[in-house]
Design a protein. Sequence first.
Length: 85
Amino acid sequence: QRSIRRMDGIIVVAYALCSVIYFACGILGYLAFGPDVESDVLAKNLPSNAGTFVARGCLALKSFVSYPLLHFAARLCLGDLFFQC
C-alpha cells in the first residue's frame, strides 16, 4: 500500500499539524504576555550571569554543529539528483 500519493498526503498533514501548533503557541504566547515582550528573548529578558553566558555558548555551538550536518544530507541528495549517470 505504499505510494507516492499517500506519502505526499502524510507530508501535507504533518506540515499542517506543525503549522497549527506553531501558530497556536504564538497566539497563546501573545495573549499571555502581550506586546511588551522583546523580540530577542536571550538579549533582553535573561540576567547577566554565568548561566546565561553558558546557555548562549551552547546555543552557538549547537548552531555551528547542526547546520553543516543538515546541509551534508541535502548536498548528497542534490548531487544524486543532478549528477546521475
